[in-house]
Design a protein around this ligand. Structure first.
Ligand SMILES: [Zn+2]
Length: 367
């Protein structure tokens, strides 16, 4: 697996990523399991307009109890493996050819023993992940030991897959950039917006030829009061590929139960609170703040936005969320491809600056 960075300019870097023979152009957005099910659930997406998704990311939440169970009991391990495999099936059916398995840890996971690290590595290999991430819980010097352990595991088990180091903090980048004998790519956890981490990536990694992926990027950024996003323009910091986050299963479940108890009128009110990614300026405005009859093709020409307004999307209240999320996948993919072209022409900073909210976020981060 390798990335070939073809062009760099003021606004980012553009290249070709090869994961075991499958090549994608970067920057790119890698859909997760929720994106794929949203595309499947959207009434405006079908076989003829389904987007081409070569690489995807499956996010698995791990809490303390699961961790204890899977490391001590083979039946429990197999249960989790089975559940991931069934979650991966729609991705596979949708044509995803290469995949990453990413772990998010619940706040009750305070430590990872060596044996638990081995189990998490093995789990990725067993469900067919094409790149193996090395979980990083602490962001301390200790992570060096975890990297060495993963390297030994790989050789002992005879695994041919590449290893990915995980960075939570800027500090991790210092450590990982000197470990390219063990890892061949870096995953940055961006669940929390982390300015020092972005700076470390920009300063230290963007000049290197190493694949940088950002996991669990928020769909709206806190720094602008959730009114906008940087989305795939995170490439400005040297991030080649990214995916958005998956809610913790408990909050997803709570939300599902709440929705189940709502009347259609309440569901519509709830839907009006959901945010729409506007590729024109990278705002993520609440639906209730745009005119209901305004044609969405003012902003985007994807299969969802082409012939719809907020009003017509709201007509099927159970698919509103799926439709907005499916639009986001099309839109992020389109923006990735636009940005590739702009970098190729050496004018990506103009494009970046034309996206009001992305630029505002960068300014607030102090670049
Ligand atoms: Zn759209």
């Amino acid at each position: 697996m390798a990335i070939d960075i073809k062009n760099r300019d003021m606004g980012g870097r553009e290249g070709s990523l090869n994961i075991n023979g499958i090549k994608i152009q970067t920057p790119d957005y890698l859909p997760n399991q929720k994106d794929i099910t949203s595309l499947i659930d959207s009434s405006f997406v079908n076989n003829s307009n389904f987007p081409n998704i070569d690489v995807g990311v499956y996010t698995q939440w791990i809490d303390k109890q699961t961790l204890l169970l899977i490391s001590g009991n083979l039946d429990e391990y197999n249960k989790v493996k089975k559940s991931i495999n069934s979650g991966l099936k729609p991705m596979k059916d949708a044509g995803v050819k290469r995949k990453l398995l990413h772990f998010e840890f619940g706040s009750d996971v305070e430590t990872l023993s060596g044996q638990e690290v081995d189990i998490l590595l093995q789990l990725q290999d067993d469900v067919g992940a094409d790149v193996i991430e090395i979980p990083n819980l602490f962001s301390t010097e200790e992570y060096k030991t975890v990297l060495d352990r993963a390297y030994e595991w790989k050789h002992f088990e005879g695994i041919g897959k590449e290893l990915m180091g995980i960075a939570n903090e800027g500090f991790d980048i210092n450590l990982l950039r000197n470990k390219t004998d063990i890892i061949s790519c870096i995953g940055a956890s961006l669940r929390r917006e982390n300015r020092p981490l972005l700076f470390a990536i920009k300063n230290q990694l963007s000049p290197m030829n190493i694949w940088v992926h950002a996991f669990s990027v928020p769909r709206s950024f806190r720094v602008v009061n959730w009114d906008g996003t940087m989305s795939v323009l995170l490439n400005y910091y040297g991030i080649d590929t990214m995916n958005t986050g998956i809610a913790h299963p408990n909050s997803a479940k709570r939300f599902g139960i709440q929705m189940g108890c709502m009347t259609d009128k309440q569901k519509i009110e709830q839907s009006l609170e959901s945010r729409y990614f506007n590729p024109v300026d990278y705002s993520t405005f609440k639906c209730k703040n745009i005119k209901n009859h305004l044609k969405l093709n003012t902003f985007c020409n994807c299969p969802i936005c082409q012939n719809n307004s907020i009003d017509t999307i709201l007509q099927d209240v159970d698919t509103v969320y799926a439709n907005f999320r499916a639009h986001e996948v099309f839109s992020y993919k389109k923006e990735s491809s636009n940005y590739q072209n702009e970098i190729g022409k050496n004018v990506s900073d103009d494009y970046f600056n034309s996206k009001k909210y992305a630029k505002e976020i960068a300014v607030l981060y102090g670049v």
